[in-house]
Design a protein around this ligand. Structure first.
Ligand SMILES: [Zn+2]
Length: 366
C-alpha cells in the first residue's frame, strides 16, 4: 500500500537528513512527564494513542490510505504517515519531523503535542469532568503463555506462540501502565515458568484481575478468530474452596473471624470463587465486545478447565488472540500493527469492565 507514495518516500530521507543536519547539536531533551518516548529521526516521539487518550481526542488511523484523523469538538487534524505536512482545521502546517509508525504504533514528534495539541486544546482535559467514571482497577497480572523450552503452538511459516504471547503481553503492560495501572508480569523474557509458579505470582500480587495471553492452534487449518475463556463451572468451586481454605490464610477485618474454622474458610472461599467466575465472564464479554466493534473476528466467550485460571483467586480470563495454525491469521499475528491493535482493544475492554464495576458499586451504595 506504500507503493503509491514512492515519490514522497524517495524525498523523505533527503528531508530528514536536512532537518537533522540543521538541528544536530542544538536539541536538548526535556523531561516529558507521563509519556513513553521513542527516539526516531533524531527526535523524541510519543504514541499518538497515548496523547489522544490523555487529552480526550478521538482519533482514527486508516491502514489503507495511511492517513490519521484527530477530532475533538469543532477541531480536526489530518495527518499522513511519513509526512511532515498536516492540516489543522483545514489549514496546512509543517511538523519538524514526520508522523510515523514505530513498533506497530502511530507516533508523532513530541513537538507536535507542544506546538499543535497544547495550543489547539488549551483548556486542560480533566478525565473527572467526563461523564464516564474513572478506572477502578488498580493492578493487573499479565501472563504471557508458554516460554523457554515450551514454545506453545507453532505456525506453518514458523511463528512461535510463545513469542507472540510475550510481545502482546508487553504491549498490554505498557498500555496499562500509561493509564496509571500497576502491572505484574509472570514473565518478561523467553523463559519457562511453570503453571504453579504463574498462579502463585498472580495470587501473591494482590491484583484485581488476571489475564493470560495465548495464541490458538487447531488441526483444522481454516479455523480462525479471537476468543476469551473463563474457568469452567465443571471445576468444582467447593473443591477449589477446600483447597484454598487449607492453604491460604484469610485476612479478615473482624477479629471474631480470626479463629475461623476450616468450614467457615471453605464457605467464604466458595463465595469468592463463585463471585469471581461471574466477574470473569463480565470481563471476557467486555473484551470480546470491543474486539467485535474493532472489526476483529470474534469466536466468543467460552468456559474451559485451564489450570492457570483454576488456581487464580481473582477474576481471571485466558485470551486466545488468534490461530497461528491459520495461514492468514499467522501473517496478521506477525504484524506489529495488528499486535498493537489487539493490545489496545484488550485495554479498552478492561476499561469498560472497570467502568461497569464502578457503576455497579455506585448503584449498590444507593
Ligand atoms: Zn497456549
Amino acid at each position: 500500500m506504500r507503493e503509491n507514495k514512492t515519490l514522497f518516500i524517495f524525498f523523505l530521507p533527503v528531508i530528514c537528513c536536512l532537518l537533522s543536519a540543521i538541528l544536530t547539536g542544538c536539541v536538548t531533551v526535556p523531561s516529558r512527564p507521563g509519556y513513553s518516548t521513542y527516539n526516531l529521526h533524531g527526535a523524541a516521539y510519543i504514541s499518538l494513542a497515548q496523547l489522544c487518550n490523555s487529552r480526550g481526542i478521538d482519533w482514527q488511523y486508516d491502514i489503507f490510505t495511511q492517513t490519521v484523523t484527530l477530532q475533538k469538538g469543532l477541531h480536526h487534524i489530518n495527518m499522513r504517515i511519513q509526512d511532515t505536512l498536516i492540516l489543522v482545521d483545514g489549514a496546512a502546517r509543517r511538523l519538524e519531523r514526520p508522523v510515523d509508525i514505530y513498533n506497530g504504533m502511530v507516533v508523532v514528534p513530541y513537538s507536535f503535542k507542544e506546538r499543535t495539541i497544547d495550543s489547539l486544546f488549551s483548556q486542560a482535559y480533566s478525565p473527572s469532568s467526563q461523564t464516564l467514571p474513572s478506572i477502578t482497577i488498580k493492578k493487573v497480572v499479565i501472563d504471557a503463555g508458554h516460554g523457554g523450552k515450551d514454545a506453545g503452538a507453532i505456525g506453518r511459516t514458523g511463528l512461535r506462540e510463545k513469542d507472540v504471547n510475550l510481545d502482546i503481553a508487553k504491549r498490554l503492560a505498557r498500555l496499562l501502565r500509561e493509564k496509571g495501572i500497576e502491572v505484574v508480569m509472570t514473565r518478561i523474557s523467553d523463559i519457562y515458568v511453570s503453571l504453579e509458579k504463574r498462579v502463585a505470582i498472580a495470587n501473591n500480587s494482590g491484583a484485581d484481575i488476571f489475564i493470560s495471553i495465548h495464541s490458538n492452534a487447531n488441526r483444522v487449518r481454516s479455523l480462525s478468530g479471537f476468543e476469551v475463556y473463563y474457568v469452567s463451572s465443571t471445576v468444582s468451586d467447593s473443591r477449589r474452596a477446600i483447597s484454598a481454605a487449607t492453604n491460604v490464610p484469610l485476612r479478615l477485618a473482624s477479629a471474631s473471624f480470626a479463629s475461623n474454622s476450616f468450614d467457615l474458610k471453605a464457605i467464604l472461599w466458595d463465595m469468592i470463587y463463585t463471585a469471581n467466575r461471574a466477574e470473569s465472564i463480565e470481563l471476557a464479554r467486555s473484551i470480546c465486545r470491543k474486539m467485535d466493534r474493532n472489526g476483529v473476528k470474534v469466536l466468543g466467550v467460552k468456559a474451559a478447565r485451564f489450570e492457570v485460571l483454576r488456581g487464580a483467586r481473582m477474576p481471571a480470563v485466558l485470551i486466545e488472540v488468534g490461530f497461528v495454525s491459520n495461514l492468514s491469521e499467522e501473517r496478521m499475528l506477525r504484524n506489529s500493527y495488528f499486535r498493537e491493535r489487539i493490545s489496545e482493544t484488550i485495554v479498552a475492554g478492561i476499561q469498560d469492565y472497570s467502568r461497569n464495576c464502578e457503576l455497579t458499586a455506585i448503584a449498590r451504595k444507593r
